[in-house]
Design a protein. Structure first.
Length: 305
């Protein structure tokens, strides 16, 4: 089932036709409050009142012109201003190919630097999202160059890639902020763990090692997973090293395990909800369905009366 959904995410014909169908547009509402920035910001209000922070991302990737990338950067400047105006505990997450990485790496860095500098003035952060394995090296280079001048920046790394432990070690001297996810792209067994048990084991090992070795240093680790059992296992493992529940963050998607997000926040965990929006949602949505069977169940239920 995972392979079918990942294939569907890459299929150009499905990408052009399925989003126009009413049942698909209804189903995707389970995972995003709307397509506009305003709908995303409005959805943050009840989370804010429960002590849950937000991270905003406008969907879209692999732009075809630098002018499009310029417009995306301008849009995120507006998002940061809106976060400040609404007094939200919010941050932004941006895909490098949204900012022109495919076309000009230096231009993409310039956009990230501008966004991070503006975020610093508003008290926010900029996170660099991770895309498929072909972009890992370039994305890490961007983060290294950006972090050197703008400390309020973080990067997403994927636990299913075999190289991630080495990537974390490479970045350790930067006291990095890392959002650790399992990974949602279709990667070969030569570079990625394919078995769920292997991915889970590597996820726990990476998180625990990073937290224990970084204790007392100015780092941030976000556990980007909906697997509550893993989160609680990591919390128990690092407690022996003096890392409390507030020593890391739990980051889940809007609309997924909402009750658990509120429960964890009430139990002393720092929780952040990633709110996605925009009209380029089809490939992102297919990858969400591929991540775990429960997401498919949610989608089917949304189609029922």
């Amino acid at each position: 089932m995972r392979r079918v959904f990942l294939w569907a995410a890459r299929n150009a014909w499905l990408r052009d036709h399925l989003p126009k169908m009413r049942f698909m547009r209804r189903a995707v509402r389970r995972f995003m409050p709307g397509e506009t920035m305003e709908s995303a910001l409005d959805a943050a209000a009840p989370l804010e009142s429960a002590g849950i922070g937000t991270m905003f991302t406008r969907l879209g990737e692999n732009l075809e012109s630098l002018e499009e990338a310029d417009a995306v950067a301008d849009h995120y400047i507006a998002v940061l201003d809106a976060i400040l105006a609404r007094r939200l505990n919010g941050e932004i997450s941006v895909k490098p190919t949204q900012l022109g990485l495919d076309l000009d790496e230096d231009r993409a860095l310039a956009h990230l630097t501008r966004l991070a500098a503006h975020a610093a003035t508003t008290g926010s952060w900029v996170w660099i999202d991770m895309e498929g394995s072909a972009y890992v090296d370039a994305t890490i280079r961007l983060f290294e160059r950006l972090r050197a001048v703008e400390p309020r920046t973080g990067i997403c790394l994927q636990a299913y890639l075999r190289r991630t432990a080495a990537d974390i070690e490479r970045l350790r001297s930067l006291d990095p902020a890392i959002r650790l996810v399992k990974g949602a792209y279709d990667e070969s067994a030569s570079i990625a763990y394919r078995d769920k048990r292997e991915v889970d084991a590597n996820y726990v090992a990476l998180a625990v090692s990073f937290l224990k070795e970084s204790r007392g240093r100015p780092i941030r680790l976000g556990l980007g997973t909906h697997d509550v059992a893993l989160i609680e296992q990591i919390a128990a493992d690092v407690a022996t090293a003096g890392v409390g529940r507030d020593g890391f963050e739990v980051e889940m998607l809007y609309g997924i395990r909402t009750a658990e997000q509120f429960r964890l926040a009430g139990a002393g965990y720092r929780v952040q909800t990633l709110i996605a929006y925009g009209d380029a949602w089809y490939p992102w949505y297919m990858r969400r369905l591929a991540e775990r069977p429960a997401n498919v169940t949610f989608a089917i239920r949304s189609l029922l009366p």
